[in-house]
Write a protein that binds this ligand. Structure first.
Ligand code: HEM
Length: 337
């Protein structure tokens, strides 16, 4: 059996496992086929590419956890030994030609290859909030943004009516509008957005939300600089930075306190919550082209190691099925990037 077919089967096995461990009430699950069809109807269908985060590049990294990580969780990621990590950086959206120089989403997806075949996958984004609170709300938002066949553009009245009734869907766009264009994939924060529980050797469980923060701090560019760099500078910039000054992120966990919302991807934790650094991710190399291990991986954020558990955020549980179906669609079309 080919590697690709094995990966599809593995992805479905992962869904099976994660649905068992995190299954929310049936009503919280939107039909994943319908969801993917709607992604394609709204953003277009680009054969072989991911339906979200299409323009991307694979990289290899190394994670070293620390004593604070070990005190919060028994996950082997925090052992202090270097852990190989498969990394995929991407630009938000379904278009593989999305411009690099817009005030828009950047992503950093990770797969920690832990001892004994254990995996920890994440899909992190460059905003503290997602664009919808529930899968049903995401579906409704995408429907409202679907281009009208006659005008080839979304109907502004429909867009407004949905957003007026669902104001959470505007929070993420407002955040991006308030931020400069990132100077690099290596100079922007990446949030996990969902809460997860960290469980230590005493069985103590602490919920938190993580942020990967670049070592040199965040760095944006002006709109003029962005225009001058053009629509395709991010991949070469990353290769050059990794080869010269290096690219690394601290893995920081903001710890929730009793009463905090830990079930929402649109409500960040209060800013003053204690933040603990649990380790450091260093990017070691970047693929020279669109190949690499990422091609056949889908980064399912409920693929978790022992010592890290999902929260009840309905958006988190809703990701596994459409990701695996999306992987199936793009692999059968001929995987790209
Ligand atoms: C029900 C809600 C969601 C749906 C249906 C959805 C759908 C998808 C799909 C189909 C892909 C492409 C998967 C692949 O082909 O491998 C994807 C990628 C991605 N999504 Fe989501 N998504 C959802 C929620 C979220 C949330 C809440 C976040 C925020 C953390 C997020 C972040 C990402 C990232 C970072 C990627 C790119 C991963 C990569 O590089 O492979 N998604 N999403």
């Amino acid at each position: 059996m080919s590697n690709i077919r094995l990966s599809v089967l593995a992805a479905f096995a992962v869904i099976g496992a994660s649905l068992l461990s995190t299954a929310p009430p049936a009503s919280a699950q939107a039909d994943p086929n319908r969801m993917l069809d709607q992604f394609e109807a709204t953003f277009g269908r680009f054969e072989g590419f991911r339906r979200s985060g299409a323009k991307g590049v694979c990289a290899m990294g190394e994670f070293v956890g620390n004593a604070d990580g070990r005190s919060l969780s028994v996950a082997t990621a925090f052992s202090g030994q270097p852990i190989p990590v498969i990394v995929r950086f991407s630009v938000g959206g379904a278009n593989p030609k999305a411009p690099d120089n817009a005030r828009s989403q950047r992503n950093m997806a990770l797969q920690f290859n832990l001892p004994n075949g254990e995996r920890w996958q994440m899909g992190n984004i460059s905003a503290p909030v997602f664009g919808a609170a529930t899968p049903e709300q995401l579906l409704g938002r995408l429907q409202s943004l679907q281009p009208d066949p006659a005008t080839k553009a979304a109907n502004p009245e429909k867009v407004k009516a949905f957003a007026d009734a669902n104001p959470e869907v505007l929070l993420q766009g407002r955040y991006f509008a308030s931020q400069p264009v990132p100077a690099s994939f290596g100079t922007v924060n990446y949030w996990g957005v969902h809460a997860f529980a960290f469980v230590n050797a005493k069985g103590e469980k602490r919920y938190g939300k993580w942020i990967f923060e670049p070592l040199g701090g965040t760095q944006g560019i002006t709109d003029e600089e962005a225009k001058a760099r053009g629509a395709n500078f991010l991949f070469d910039d990353l290769r050059e930075r990794v080869a010269t000054h290096g690219v690394a992120f601290d893995f920081n966990l903001q710890i929730a306190e009793p009463g905090d919302r830990i079930d929402s991807a649109v409500v960040p934790l209060p800013e003053d919550r204690r933040k603990v650094t649990l380790g450091r991710l260093t990017i070691k190399s970047v693929a020279a082209d669109s190949t690499g291990e990422c091609l056949t991986i889908t980064f399912v954020p409920t693929t978790l190691p022992a010592g890290v558990e999902p929260s009840a955020d309905p958006m988190l549980a809703a990701r596994a099925a459409p990701y695996a179906l999306g992987l199936g669609r793009r692999l059968t079309e001929g995987a790209n990037q």
